[in-house]
Design a protein around this ligand. Sequence first.
Ligand code: AMP
Length: 498
Amino acid sequence: MTQLQLFEAAHNRNGTAIVDATGEHGYTELLDASARVAAQLLGDKDDLAEARVAFLVSPGFEYAATQWGIWRAGGVAVPLGLNHPPPELAYALDDADVAAVFVEAQLQERIAEIAAQRALPVYSTVEVAATPSTPRSLPDLDSNRRAMILYTSGSTGRPKGVVTTHAQIQAQIDALVEAWEWSADDRILHVLPLHHIHGVINVLGCALRVGAVCQFIGDFEARQVWRCLASRELTLFMAVPTIYAKLIAAFNEATREEQAAWSAGARQLRLMVSGSAALPVPTLETWEQITGQRLLERYGMTEIGMGLSNPLRGERRPGHVGEPLPNVEIRRANDRGESVDDDTPGEIEVRGPNVFLEYWRRDDETRSAFRDDGWFRTGDVAVVDEGSYRILGRNSVDIIKTGGYKVSALEIEDVLRTHPLIDDCAVVGVPDDEWGERVAVCVVGNSVDLNLDDLRDWAKQRLASYKAPTLLQVCDELPRNAMGKVQKPTVRERFTSK
Ligand code: AMP
């Protein structure tokens, strides 16, 4: 019987795989539970033959057992977002054309009706866990078979299903295992959603691949995360910039004794990583002051896994995302697909075993995402400073064309965040007859003392004058998605709907 390396390796591990609210679960238990999931899904079939199975399961042991079970039965895993409203869940079930749904007992109500309308079989994780396990053979799995569909929202249109094969997932994981030196001695705290690449691949996937421990603590609560970071049990932590910002806010409100204990504990981890959105330099600096940890920023995308990373050993440059990961080919190109020199902004293009297979049942979009010679066009624009990539933003939303200049929203945001009255901000381009686009900023901060003229004067001392915003709004908070990413189209609408 051919097994994926992931499962083969797990057979030889005696240690703990997952710690969650229900306790500690070993690799053997994970194999047993996933075999039960696989048996339930297979019924009297030999192989699910890439049938899509959606699952709505909270982060923890049951999630991992369900994911592995779908894979071991030969299915394609389609994780659903826990916070997705019914229409989004229905969209994923229809778009992926799923054959069955797995759901955790507490979440059954959320999906029961949607599944019933589509006459889909629904399996409850609790019931499956209670079925006696009878040994049965599981299908051979060629690593080039489809394994997973993750839904990704572009700036326009409905979410697209990004399909990866087992081999591609393994390549995405192996690059990180090598670059960040993952080992069975690691223990990571998992605080991310599990329908997104960051949580699925970088944290859970890497941990289970090497035999490490992945610890879950339920809903995000900053003080509890701090207590875990201070526990001296963890070696690794990975999060998005907004989580680091929330942890900093909780630290500032903590007592002196708590702060001392949290700082001392957090210093003991061997690595802390940030990604999925640009890490504001002030966040990096404050985090380093309070924990002694210089965050390692990396760049990636659902379609490619991770592409660029600052070094584990060596200088991690604020505002930069480092160099290509092992076995990932990266270049930057102009609109004609020609490579550009380091100082010229160019679109990041990626090639390698980590790059996804296709957008599910969207042949045209798949075709137009790749160049003829196989390079995947990320839509992200970057320059290279002394070998390290600096992301200027997404071509469609963060590169603003104003008065004949192309300016980076991310660069302007970095500067504006150093303004004493600004806590956070999002810069967008707003269509304008005269300028093409105008630089507009939505600011979280002191609305009483902030006005556009003063802000422009201040900005012009630090940026070329055409980069200084000509439109300003102050708001209580920026619109963000489940990964904490600012939703730029929504910010832009705030200016255009006025
Ligand atoms: P997703 O597929 O949801 O992970 O989103 C991927 C996108 O997030 C990329 O195409 C980038 O636009 C953005 N992104 C990821 N990591 C970074 C980073 N370190 N700095 C800036 N943008 C990032």
